[in-house]
Design a binder for this molecule. Structure first.
Ligand code: PLP
Length: 452
């Protein structure tokens, strides 16, 4: 910080403050974690200064021998850890990994057969008319993914996102009565819509998914099964999700972030079968710019950590702790979407406290409990104010919290929410954003969490 402060003291101060804040609050954002010092330090090296477009051993720049070493290591660790046929370590983030996956599916299933039919090696050899026809076909494919309010991600075909614009899209939700995925409904939609891509995976669904069933559905309609395991990659790596709950043996392509439950640097990763490997390998420069060499090095370190036996214990603790947190809420009469959890996410419906997600998120933050508001299925308050709060256990499990601490977390959260009231707008109506937390509660909760 001294070195940074000598150049821009305000950055040094914000960095110091960020550490203090992360240490003094309860980090319950389901997509966050605490990466190890080895991972953090690897990101801060001179690999950041190196350009390396292309792939290992096949770069558009000279002098990439050391980047080759770390990228190959990241891919090797990923293949071994997840049992994948092929791994691509370049995506800068989870969204980039999904874009690589989409374009590689289009390249493999639409572009390659068209080129073969026309006897061309690549698109540069096409006539203007053939090129226009191929561009038309690439832009007219279908994608079926989980809807945002059911727990899917923006990139799974949400209309405002590029995935909802580059594909004709439809979405599947969850059963309104149980909040659970209904595979018969997904299958019926797939039969009717006949997507090229079936996306499975989630950001806010507190349950496991049967990927064998998803693959059956994809096979029946001729779709490519793409699983986005950004959230639960750590549970797959730690062998908490095995068999039908492990996406890798079932999906054609699996994408992930590396910074959530996997506890690595911010970044993305694509795993694929041999069949899709050549098109994924063209991610840079087809979709991505030059890879972040320092982050690929840190991915190699994090994936090496995730191959250690301790990571399995960690992953099991993440899942067990989520159950303790859910139990803690249920015994205090709170309402949970799907009635519980069997992964690392707990989704609390805060409407029973008379609050919107926005009010609950702000009141909790005031008390040092860091969460994010989240839609619940068919949310009456929409995607901005929402009716839910999403909790995740990966970060506090890294800090060593166990069942007792997570029960106490539930107690403190409920104490905050019970003591929060919406304030009224100038028209005398209840506000969806402003709130009043009763005096003394924030200090009491902060003091209690400092002792944990
Ligand atoms: N996919 C899923 C399921 C996610 O939950 C997220 C992040 O929230 C992403 C992709 C995007 O990851 P990133 O923010 O690294 O682009």
């Amino acid at each position: 910080l001294e070195v940074i402060g000598a150049v821009e003291p305000r950055v040094a101060e914000a960095t110091r403050q960020e550490l203090a804040d992360q240490r003094s609050s309860l980090k319950l954002i389901a997509s966050e974690n605490y990466a190890s010092p080895a991972v953090l330090l690897t990101m801060g090296t001179w690999f950041s200064d190196k350009y390396a477009e292309g792939t290992v051993g096949h770069r558009f720049y000279a002098g990439c021998q050391n980047v080759d070493t770390v990228e190959a290591l990241a891919a090797e660790h990923a293949r071994e850890l997840f049992g994948a046929e092929y791994a691509y370590a370049q995506p800068h983030s989870g969204i980039d990994a999904n874009l690589v996956a989409f374009w590689s599916i289009l390249a493999h299933r639409v572009e390659a057969p068209a080129l073969e039919k026309l006897g061309a090696k690549n698109v540069n050899e096409l006539t203007e008319a053939d090129w226009e026809s191929l561009r038309h076909d690439l832009g007219n494919q279908r994608l079926l993914g989980m809807s945002l309010d059911a727990g899917g991600h923006l990139t799974h075909g949400f209309r405002p996102n590029i995935s909802g614009k580059m594909f004709h899209q439809q979405q599947y939700g969850t059963d309104p009565a149980t909040g659970l995925l209904d595979y018969d409904v997904v299958a019926a939609k797939a039969r009717e819509f006949k997507p090229l891509v079936l996306v499975a995976g989630y950001s806010a669904y507190p349950r496991r998914v049967d990927f064998a069933k998803m693959r059956e559905i994809a096979d029946e309609v001729g779709a490519t099964l793409m699983v986005d395991m950004a959230h639960f990659a750590g549970l797959v790596a730690g062998k908490v999700f095995t068999g039908d709950e492990d996406p890798v043996p079932h999906a054609h392509i699996v994408t992930t972030t590396t910074h959530k439950s996997l506890r690595g640097p911010r970044g993305g990763l694509v795993l694929a079968t041999e069949e899709y490997a050549p098109s994924v390998d063209r991610g840079c420069p087809m979709v991505l710019g030059g890879p972040l060499s320092h982050v690929m090095a840190a991915k190699a370190v994090a994936l090496a950590e995730a191959r250690q036996p301790e990571f399995r214990t960690y992953a099991q603790d993440v899942a067990d702790n989520a159950k303790s947190l859910a139990e803690g809420f249920l015994t205090r009469d709170a309402t949970l979407v799907t009635g519980g959890t069997d992964n690392h996410i707990v989704l609390l419906d805060v409407s029973s406290f008379g609050l919107t997600g926005r009010q609950a998120e702000s009141a909790l933050l005031e008390a040092g409990v860091v969460t994010n508001r989240n839609s619940v299925p068919s949310d009456a308050n929409g995607a901005w104010y929402t009716s839910g709060i999403r909790f995740g256990t990966p970060a506090l499990t890294t800090r060593g919290f166990g069942a007792t601490e997570f029960d106490r977390v539930a107690e403190l959260v409920v104490e905050v929410l019970r003591n929060t009231e919406p304030t009224t707008t100038s028209k005398g109506e209840p506000s969806k954003a402003s709130y009043k937390l009763a005096d003394g509660v924030a200090d009491r909760v902060r003091a209690a969490s400092a002792e944990m």
